[in-house]
Design a protein around this ligand. Structure first.
Ligand code: 5AD
Ligand code: SF4
Length: 450
């Protein structure tokens, strides 16, 4: 990117307003909110919808190539005044910042700050430097220091994310996360209880516990006893006003018996499980360093279904991992048939710099990946519609999240994380009883009952 000659720029002025643009996963949404709270505490206010922001934070994702490349075109548009009238001060945060911090500084001279996911609590200091015209990079990984240095939660919304665990020690051979988010750390039990209470006081009725391997969370409860994720969920369940608990993302190898049992016992724990498998073939799973088999994964899901028969199952898949044959891919389709997912994400394999799979032999041609992805997605869509159709006629709770396009229309989520549209008298944050009357591929039509 060439140095720019923008006529009007907020680059070296103390910003009055900010906007955080999140890419990628839910943890980035959480981090984005916490960066917002830090900036609020500096007296900088969120820019109104449609208004220019003096500071734009691009909170980036490095998981696949497309996600990472997007960042440079965004920087270009902001700098050239295509996104807003006045070019803002730009901070790049998130996993691209962590992985390619120096390159960003070289390639994009209009970027003032580069801050990694474990260092964003230092944003205010970096901002002071940026205002003086100094460009600042901070991609240190001071384990857990960040959380203690952040201001108290004050976000108002019926649904909230809460990061309980961060980082990953699994080193799947395709994945950048162990490098960008660092080693697995668990936040302390009491801090999490405190943050959850604050979120509920501010209006949250549903909390989603987040972690790259959330089910690897471990800690000590207030009596000094070792607890896992299920223990944490059981401790959060009695919080007055907290009606729904979810968690994501889990790894098949860290699944403890008590978490499975909790699905049959803890009322606020929603009947939904996101458990990535990536492939249905054991050779591919081994090459991915997943350390579980397809059969082991299926057995695990069976145990969840025994504990909670109506549980909605979700997963992640990668097609076209180096060396994946047609017969091996067919086993992925067979696994999808065997599970009957309520929902699933599927991706074409994307070589990530520095990961072992990026230099493996037999990288798969794009056309083959496109074809496999399309076949996989049609199988997943078929099952998703079948799951939705299976819920028609049920009356369930719906937590209202926002207004629909039409007057009197509302959108909320069912316990199985389906998006439910309904008409009637409601407000954001209400928990209403809705009969599910019609299934669509990715949403449900509901009838307000109470
Ligand atoms: N290429 C494609 N998909 C990937 N994922 C992670 N790394 C890659 C990659 N290099 C997918 C996995 C993971 C999800 C978050 O992203 O399916 O579960
Ligand atoms: Fe990446 Fe594997 Fe860790 Fe998930 S478990 S974050 S896919 S390395």
């Amino acid at each position: 990117m060439k140095p720019t000659t923008e006529p009007r720029t907020a680059r070296n002025e103390r910003p009055q307003t900010y906007r955080v643009k999140n890419f990628g996963c839910q943890m980035n949404v959480y981090d984005g909110e916490r960066m917002g709270e830090l900036l609020d505490a500096q007296g900088i206010t969120p820019a109104a919808e449609g208004e220019d922001a003096d500071l734009v934070v691009l909170n980036t994702c490095h998981i696949r190539e497309k996600a990472a490349e997007k960042i440079y075109s965004d920087i270009g548009r902001l700098t050239k005044g295509k996104t807003q009238k006045k070019a803002p001060m730009i901070a790049v945060a998130g996993c691209v910042a962590q992985a390619e911090g120096e390159e960003i500084m070289k390639r994009a001279p209009s970027v003032s700050m580069v801050v990694g996911p474990q260092a964003y609590h230092r944003l205010p200091d970096m901002l002071d430097k940026a205002v003086k015209g100094e460009r600042a990079t901070d991609t240190d990984m001071p384990a857990i220091a960040k959380f203690g240095a952040l201001p108290a939660r004050k976000r108002r919304s019926p649904t909230a994310f809460l990061t309980v665990q961060e980082g990953c020690d699994k080193f799947c051979t395709y994945c950048v996360v162990p490098y960008t988010r660092g080693a697995e750390i668990s936040r302390p039990f009491n801090d999490l209880l405190g943050e959850a209470r604050k979120l509920v006081e501010a209006g949250a009725r549903e909390i989603t516990l987040l972690g790259q391997n959330v089910n690897a969370w471990s800690g000590e409860d207030d009596k000094g006893r070792a607890v896992g994720l299920a223990g944490l969920i059981r401790a959060l369940d009695p919080i007055d006003g907290l009606e729904r608990i979810r968690y994501t993302t889990s790894h098949p190898n860290d699944m403890e018996d008590d978490l499975i049992a909790a699905h049959g016992e803890v009322e606020s724990l929603m009947p939904y499980l996101h458990l990535p498998v990536q492939s249905g073939n054991d050779r591919v799973l081994k090459a991915m360093n997943r350390s579980h088999t397809a059969e082991g994964y299926l057995r695990l899901l069976e145990r969840f279904r025994e504990a909670r028969p109506d549980i909605a199952l979700s997963g992640d898949f990668i097609v076209g991992f180096p060396g994946e044959s047609e017969a091996e891919f067919a086993e992925t389709l067979a696994l999808v048939d065997a599970v009957g997912y309520a929902h699933a994400y599927s991706f074409k394999y994307s070589p990530r710099p520095g990961t072992p799979a990026a230099t493996m032999d037999n990288q798969i041609a794009t056309e083959i990946m496109d074809d496999r992805l399309q076949r996989l997605q049609s199988a997943i869509n078929r099952d998703q519609l079948a799951f939705n159709a299976g819920t028609v006629g049920r009356t369930c709770s719906v937590l209202v999240e926002r207004k629909g396009k039409h007057p009197g229309q509302w959108l909320g989520k069912s316990p199985w994380l389906q998006s439910v549209w309904f008409m009637g008298d409601a407000a954001i944050g209400d928990m209403v009883e809705v009969e599910l009357i019609e299934a669509r591929p990715s949403s449900m039509e509901g009838l307000l009952r109470a």
